[in-house]
Design a protein around this ligand. Structure first.
Ligand code: NAP
Length: 357
């Protein structure tokens, strides 16, 4: 049986490194391995967090062949994953730095040969995707541009991977890769769609407190596959990310309002070629930073936010309407002043209370 994606938004408390532990045994001595292990606050009778691993070991010692305790052990083993990053550009490399620091084994593949850079991270770079797949990674992480995702995915010899490999994408839109992965991959593959809501610029000082959106679209209902999915999500949880479980459709609705709007305003301001002045206000400096933050991403990325999120066109229309409304308010007021001058011979500007709202 497969766990299906949820339409409910769940905010999970961020946890600190080493705070993730195998689930504590429930009453009756069995261990819960539910579909989600995000930390939701202490259960009433739970032991202190630090004591938990010892309790699991005690269960293992007493019942070495018990199904649940073997599963808990598997969860521990699975903390170190072999991750293949497909699309080793700006964002793929950014993620790889943290994956490497956490001790995961890294493989990488991209259109361009990034082998020298990969070597500095201890990652093995493969120019041929067949060689990459034959290494049997636990996780294949798709980090290509949104626009190239379909071509890249279809170029992968997925038949060379293990039968139930976990595929994860980090594309900044979510419904498109969800449909793509479900329609392109064999049904035995697990699929998690994610969007780290930060990048090399905004998270240069770390990921602590930054939102990480995920949708466990398809995770096979067996301990090993659930443990692998949890181990992958734990990478972000350990860094202190705010873990937000949300359906891909909900993500796209919110992202048009937040991310696409932010990038559009940043790119519009960039067209004005704003410069720093000797009298910058705080607000103006915020605008300058917005230009930097948004325009350092590739135009392909921005274009993908527009092309592959069905909510983006409406947002552009609303933005245009908002600009027109503000202009109209100003010009209507100006019109009132001119009319007074023309017809009443008064050159005085009316007080703001006379300006039509
Ligand atoms: P990007 O321009 O969106 O993607 C660059 C990557 O796509 C590079 O690896 C590039 O290959 C590959 N690529 C582009 N066109 C290709 C083509 N025609 N055929 C094969 N590969 C192609 O920039 P990015 O910032 O690295 O983003 C990567 C992904 O992460 C995107 O889906 C983006 O939405 C997502 N994301 C980015 C951020 C961020 O802050 N940057 C945050 C969250 C999610 P080469 O290696 O050959 O250049």
């Amino acid at each position: 049986m497969l766990s299906s994606s949820t339409s409910t938004l769940r905010l999970h408390q961020p946890t600190r490194p080493h705070r993730r532990h195998p689930p504590a045994p429930a009453a009756g001595g069995t261990t819960h391995l539910g579909p989600s292990r995000r930390w939701r606050g202490p259960p009433p009778a739970a032991p202190p967090l630090r004591a938990r691993p010892q309790r699991i070991r005690a269960v293992d010692a007493a019942q070495p062949f018990d199904y649940e305790s073997r599963a808990a052990g598997l969860l521990e083993e699975r903390q170190h994953l072999k991750i293949a990053i497909v699309g080793f550009g700006n964002f793929g490399q950014f993620l790889a730095r943290t994956f490497a620091r956490q001790g995961h084994t890294l493989l990488a593949h991209s259109r361009t040969d990034h082998s020298a850079l990969a070597a500095t991270l201890g990652a093995s770079f493969f120019t041929d995707p067949h060689d990459l797949c034959e290494c049997h990674p636990d996780v294949v992480l798709l980090a290509t541009s949104i626009l190239s995702a379909e071509t890249v995915l279809r170029s992968l010899p997925v038949h060379r991977l293990r039968r139930n490999t976990l595929f994860v994408d980090v594309l900044s839109v979510k419904e498109f890769p969800k449909n793509l992965l479900l329609s392109s991959l064999p049904p035995d593959f697990d699929v998690i769609c994610t969007h780290p809501m930060f990048g090399p610029e905004s998270a240069r000082d770390g990921w602590d407190g930054l939102p990480f959106v995920f949708d466990k679209v398809r995770v096979g209902d067996c301990p090993a596959r659930r443990a692998r999915a949890e181990a992958f999500l734990n990478i972000f949880e350990r860094e202190g990310c705010q873990m937000v479980e949300m359906s891909c459709a909900e993500h796209d609705a919110h992202a048009a309002e937040t991310q696409f709007l932010t990038h559009t305003v940043g790119r519009m301001l960039a067209m004005l070629e704003l410069r720093s002045t000797p009298i910058n206000t705080k607000g103006y400096e915020t605008l300058l930073r917005l230009v930097d933050n948004t325009c350092s991403d590739s135009f392909d990325l921005y274009n993908g936010l527009f092309m592959y999120n069905k909510n983006s066109t409406e947002l552009l229309n609303r933005l245009e309407w908002a600009m027109d409304s503000v202009k109209k308010k100003l010009f209507d007021g100006l019109h009132d002043v001119l009319r007074k001058q023309l017809f009443e011979g008064s050159a005085q500007v009316p007080s703001t209370s006379n300006v039509r709202k």
